[in-house]
Design a protein around this ligand. Structure first.
Ligand SMILES: [Zn+2]
Length: 144
């Protein structure tokens, strides 16, 4: 569901660019960068992009997804850690598989949920920022 609304906004953005003459057609390839925090189901997103592109100038466009690691930095001690560390910590702290899934699902829908429980693995501070891989962006548009 989440994937479909993301795909919808990507296609809408690209079509707007085409309409305004911002990019020349045809668009051969679009590279989309996805932060791990977004937890996209890649197959669903790609399928949605293809479906939504049908009968539009993007019909023959190839969509490529590039996953980017999410990196956090502690504002207290300067330590940096990644999304994988967060998941590992979660696996250690929450034994219940369903509960863990619910946590991850909540972040999937609302990435800012990460602030609700993530903390610096070194000093325990909850004052941290996301320095990389927070969202999803169109990295490159290739035309012929
Ligand atoms: Zn710290």
């Amino acid at each position: 569901m989440h994937e479909w609304s993301i795909a919808d906004s990507i296609v809408a953005t690209l079509l707007q660019l085409v309409e305004r003459g911002g990019i020349s057609q045809p668009i051969k390839r679009v590279v989309i960068q996805v932060g791990k925090l977004v937890q996209i189901e890649k197959d669903i997103l790609l399928f949605a992009l293809r479906e939504l592109s049908k009968n539009t100038p993007l019909e023959r466009t190839e969509f490529v997804l590039k996953e980017e690691d999410t990196v956090f930095r502690c504002n207290n001690c300067g330590y940096t850690w990644s999304w994988d560390d967060v998941v590992k910590e979660l696996e250690r702290e929450i034994q219940d598989k369903d509960l863990r899934k619910a946590y991850l699902e909540s972040m999937h829908m609302v990435p800012s949920m990460i602030y609700a429980f993530n903390k610096c693995p070194r000093c325990g501070s909850t004052d941290f920022e996301i320095i990389k891989g927070f969202d999803l962006s169109i990295e490159k548009i290739e035309t012929q």
